[in-house]
Design a binder for this molecule. Structure first.
Ligand code: TPP
Ligand code: MG
Length: 1079
């Protein structure tokens, strides 16, 4: 008999209504009301032990037996042999001997069914059938509670979420929603019968058997009261058992009176804070926590418990709801700082600031419960719900990394969510998928959902398709603890279990606080417009503080006087802070920084860039290591193609040149040598999308007989004995989460070069929120700096609408430099520009340029995000290589490469000066050569587009004083750098005369003269008439008609970034060269 036949035999022949039929329902899904009548019973269906949920087990046994009869117990072997040989009904089975030492759970069958003790097979078959069936049914009931008890748990303080509750019978029998067909086996009369408890439950405590009534009662208490536990989907038996134990063991929820009093005090503060704000600032938006005041004690409990388990630092992210309360009562941010945010005061320091319910904070404080010092950070976030999730994770990971906390024992991330956002925002899913990746894991996050069963004005049934708002967490096998927020003690229990879970398994866990929102979405909204019935009910509810205080008074844990005393005391604290806050006349943005970099700025010249050129020996050493096989080369088989790449790298090193990959490796390697951690993350970055990087070499032979590639070599991580660590990691296929993660990582340590590379530049737009809300504006809103680098492959190379453009224009449009204002010239012009702008945008055309700009990120005395358009075909273009001469000591990043060819020798002869950036330069140079125009046309490359190198551009323009100015780009006219460049060249040209008069006049009489003479020699004629007077700088405005207009040469405007048609692409490319070069 083959496997399928035996199994289908086992399952399909079960008569309706028997436990075996129920097993089929379990295994193949519900068939109630749909299944056709099964065939009549057969010999195999008559085997009583095949009933119920044992069918899975039978299947496993049978599969194992087929492979090796000795691999199963002798009794199974006998059974399968007999069954295969066609044994008569009920005769194939022989009772097995005891398999193990009896445990407390192990009750001999004989004590329950004496007839079984002597001869279970030959005895009365009817009796043993019944006993075993009933036990299996009890086992089914237990399992059903564990799997589905949450469906009928009383989770909702409003009592509006559960249609399922309706099927709760008025008897002691359990709900059908939970136990489904298992309940058919029993009636009320069976409730007093004792049943042996299986290993899969802990409800018995020390007892091995219990009356059915008691079993059900205990299961109801564990799974169907204020806590609903979702965990049976977890694939680990150990983890499932751990959770069972935490919720089923008798007495697990017991709290002593001290704990209860502490809980009441915390609830008092949580409630009191909102009530105070409501009173003092009744018309201010604060997104109050009323209806989920338990959040504060819950977070504190998670923190207390985790602190006692060794955690020292908490990185938290949260939305608007209850944020001020969390700042005040969890982080203990000074109350005056919070209250001044309501006062509408001017800010005393840098930054444009943010609304109060988005601000972050960082506090160090003593945890009184554990008497340990802890660090608490809440990451500032934009309005965009859930966007800070990956940022928090990145920051957490970085803290763990730099603290050597490789198992996440010291640093813990806590993420708070709203119910609508948790289920609605895709970033939640993307972030979950980072949770167990080796270079992204934070070793478990505790998620807390403020599930007020509404999102703004929308009900859950309109805002999600999943039963729970937390279902997204199931993708990573995270247990989910739903809990009624009006049962504070249940919430505390769940918080303890969550903290223990995280500390035991280092995996994510979710606490779903099922609550309500007492007011509208914010304090100004009227909720009755849209949720009249819900709010009618809410208005009848007592606040949880009253419910809990009453409970504790009834229990005799506190007196009404004590309750009042605690309340009054907190009121007084609030009142005092309120009065103090009133004295303030200014707010300070620096009070709200979430990632302080202590010591980084101190003692630094804020306008000095350290050198970026490095010693030639260093370049050679890195180059050679990067071009070599691992030290144990004889054991490590390298792919022949890779060997060729290594060989050609070595040749380049020997000839003192670098291609793009080598230039990058030298930047990384030299930083690593200097002690700077480098982290490169993104899709397929280890090899590089264009197969040019190869930072991780793979041994080509199977490693210890496994098919998983594990033997690797990373040369950059092995350059020097005492170098900093190098992290290069292929990411999940996400941009939003991974970019957010790297941003978070970059926030922690300014002395690290953190880089995110897009597979192709255009994919950055799926991370737009991180770019717009955090990277572009983070410093301005939250005075938080970041030196994060974005590498965005960009270039019109005939690859179609996607894969061509990294949308350079968007990054440029978001730069914060004013196109109409020429910054004042000085020796530190370049660094002042960098300091003033929100980010740096570059389109590097040479490896040396790339090398220097990467190194400059660390050499700067501050941190700025850097966006680089990176090349594709230039990666391998021989002309696009750099000599070591451009990278050695004394060299630096060239913001613009001026024309250096024949045209530069005779500027007066030059008819046109073309400015361009990036790859198109090489096409222009080639075409110019072919057209024989090398003396007539000068071409300058702008490497750093923003901030715009006004000084260098002006110098170049002045040099070719009679030349027509052209901006040439390969992107369409409404894209690329044109719209950024045009007004800035206009400003530069317009101010030229102004500088000639105003500045020169000052310079002539001052020490500045040499600087001006150097940069603007044409303003210092040895003889000639004096410059005409011009207005002072403040009075100069941009003329409507620039003195030297710049002409556009490139593709016309387009809705699409690039054509998908190869021929059109070639025609357009030709046309742009003609437009650029035709004289
Ligand atoms: C990405 C994003 N989309 C829309 C909004 C607008 N918005 C602000 S709060 C809110 C409702 C959030 O509901 P929920 O997540 O349940 O949190 P609650 O306000 O109920 O605590 C919406 C839609 C937003 N802030 N972010
Ligand atoms: Mg909500």
């Amino acid at each position: 008999m083959n496997r399928a036949r035996v199994l289908s035999h086992l399952l399909s022949r079960a008569p309706p209504g028997t436990p075996l039929a129920a097993a089929r329902t379990f295994i193949y899904g519900g068939t109630r009301g749909k299944a056709s009548a099964p065939p009549p019973p057969t010999a195999l269906a008559a085997e009583p032990f095949l009933n119920g949920s044992s069918s899975n087990y039978v299947e496993e046994m049978y599969t194992a037996w087929l492979q090796d009869p000795k691999s199963v117990h002798q009794s199974w072997d006998t059974f399968f042999r007999n069954a295969s040989a066609g044994a008569a009904p009920g005769t194939a089975y022989t009772a097995p001997p005891s398999l193990a030492e009896p445990t407390p759970h192990h009750v001999p069958l004989s004590s329950i069914a004496p007839a079984m003790a002597t001869s279970p097979m030959v005895g009365d078959v009817q009796i043993s059938d019944k006993v075993i069936d009933d036990h299996l049914a009890v086992q089914g009931i237990i399992r059903a509670y564990q799997a589905r008890g949450h469906l009928v748990a009383a989770l909702d303080p409003l009592g509006i979420d559960r249609e399922a509750l309706k099927d709760r019978p008025p008897t002691t029998l359990p709900s059908r929603t939970v136990v489904r067909s298992y309940v058919d086996a029993f009636g009320e009369e069976d409730m007093e019968r004792s049943f042996k408890l299986p290993m899969s439950t802990y409800v018995g405590g020390k007892e091995g058997q219990l009356p059915l009534k008691e079993i059900i009662k205990r299961l109801e208490n564990a799974y169907c009261r204020s806590i609903g536990v979702e965990f049976m989907f977890i694939n680990s038996l150990e983890q499932c058992n751990w959770i069972r134990q935490k919720f089923e063991s008798p007495g697990v929820m017991t709290m002593d009176s001290l704990e209860k009093r502490l809980l009441l005090a915390r609830l008092t503060r949580s409630h009191g804070f909102e009530a105070f704000l409501a009173r003092k600032f009744s018309s201010e938006k604060r997104f109050g926590l009323e209806g989920c005041e338990i959040l504060i004690p819950a977070m504190k409990q998670v923190i207390d418990r985790s602190t006692s388990l060794g955690v020292e630092s908490f990185v938290m992210g949260m939305p608007h709801r209850g944020r001020l309360n969390v700042l005040a009562n969890v982080c203990r941010k000074p109350l005056e700082h919070i209250f001044t945010q309501f006062a509408g005061l001017e800010s005393a320091d840098e930054g444009s600031g943010d609304v109060k319910y988005h601000l972050g904070t960082y506090q160090e404080r003593l945890n009184r419960v554990t008497n340990k010092n802890i660090r608490l950070a809440i990451v500032a976030n934009p309005s965009h719900l859930e966007a800070c999730d990956p940022v928090v994770q990145g920051k957490t990971r970085a803290e763990q990394f730099y603290h050597g906390d490789s198992e996440g024992k010291k640093v813990l991330s806590i993420l708070l969510h709203g119910d609508a956002a948790f289920s609605g925002q895709g970033i939640v899913y993307e972030t979950f998928h980072l949770s167990e990746l080796p270079e992204y894991t934070t070793h478990g996050t505790i998620h807390i959902v403020v599930n007020n069963q509404i999102g703004f004005t929308t009900d859950p049934r309109m805002s999600r398709s999943s039963p729970y708002c937390t279902d997204v967490a199931r993708v990573v096998n995270a247990p989910i603890f739903h809990v009624n927020a009006d049962d504070p003690e249940a919430v505390m229990h769940v918080c303890n279990v969550a903290a223990d879970w995280r500390s035991t398994f280092h995996k994510d866990v979710v606490i779903d606080l099922v609550c309500y929102r007492r007011n509208g979405h914010n304090e100004i909204d009227e909720p009755m417009f849209t949720q009249p019935l819900m709010y009618t009910r809410i208005r009848k509810l007592k606040p949880v503080i009253e419910l809990y205080a009453d409970k504790l008074i009834n229990e005799g844990v506190v007196t009404p006087e004590e309750v009042k005393e605690v309340k009054d005391k907190y009121e007084k604290i609030l009142e005092t802070a309120f009065v103090e806050a009133k004295q303030e006349t200014q707010v300070f943005n620096k009070h709200w920084i979430d990632s302080p970099w202590s010591g980084f700025f101190e003692g630094k010249d804020p306008l000095k860039i350290s050198p970026t050129g490095v010693h030639e020996d260093t370049l050679k050493h890195i180059g050679k290591k990067f071009s070599s096989a691992p030290p144990n080369a004889s054991d490590f088989v390298i792919h022949r193609g890779i060997q060729r790449i290594l060989n050609s790298r070595m040749e380049m090193v020997e000839s003192r040149t670098a291609d793009w990959a080598l230039g990058e490796a030298m930047a990384f390697g030299s930083l690593l040598k200097e002690g700077t951690h480098v982290r490169l993350s993104g899709q397929d970055v280890e090899r590089g999308t264009f197969s040019h990087r190869h930072h991780v070499l793979h041994h080509q032979k199977a490693f210890r007989d496994t098919s998983v590639d594990k033997s690797q070599y990373n040369a950059l991580a092995n350059l020097y004995r005492d170098q900093a660590p190098y992290t290069v990691c292929n990411s999940s296929l996400s941009e939003y989460a991974v970019l957010g993660f790297e941003l978070g990582f970059s926030m922690t340590n300014p002395n690290a070069l953190v880089i995110w590379e897009a597979q192709f530049g255009d994919f950055n737009n799926t991370a737009q929120c991180i770019i717009d809300q955090f990277i572009s504006s983070g410093q301005s809103k939250w005075i938080r700096q970041s030196g994060l680098v974005l590498l965005l492959p960009h270039g019109m190379e005939g690859m179609g609408p996607e894969h061509s453009s990294a949308r350079l224009e968007r990054f440029l449009q978001m730069t914060s430099d004013d196109p109409d204002v020429l910054p004042p010239f000085s020796d530190d012009f370049a660094i002042r520009q960098l300091s003033d702008i929100n980010w740096i945008v570059a389109n590097c055309s040479t490896p040396a340029s790339y090398f220097h700009i990467l190194r400059r990120q660390i050499a700067l005395p501050f941190r700025k995000p850097l966006i680089i358009m990176t090349p594709k075909s230039l990666l391998r273009l021989p002309e696009a290589r750099s000599s070591f001469d451009e990278m050695i000591e004394g060299t630096e990043f060239q913001r613009m490469y001026p024309e250096a060819g024949p045209a530069s020798n005779n500027p007066a002869n030059v008819k046109r000066l073309i400015f361009c950036s990036g790859r198109v330069y090489y096409d222009l140079v080639q075409a110019r050569k072919e057209a024989g125009l090398e003396e007539k046309i000068a071409i300058a490359r702008v490497e750093q587009i923003a901030p715009f190198p006004y000084d260098l551009v002006m110098k170049e323009c002045a040099k070719y004083a009679d030349a027509e100015l052209v901006w040439s780009q390969e992107e369409h006219k409404n894209m690329g750098a044109w719209s950024y460049i045009q007004p800035r060249i206009a400003t530069a040209m317009n101010h030229e005369r102004h500088i000639s008069s105003e500045r020169v006049k000052i310079a002539r009489d001052s020490e500045d003269q040499s600087w001006y003479e150097y940069w603007f020699p044409w303003f210092f004629p040895s003889s000639g008439p004096p410059e005409p007077e011009s207005p002072a700088p403040s009075q100069v405005h941009v003329a409507s008609k620039p003195k030297r207009p710049v002409r556009y040469a490139g593709r016309p405007v387009s809705a699409s970034t690039a054509t998908g048609n190869k021929k059109t692409h070639i025609r357009e490319s030709k046309q742009l060269l003609e437009d650029s070069l035709a004289l």
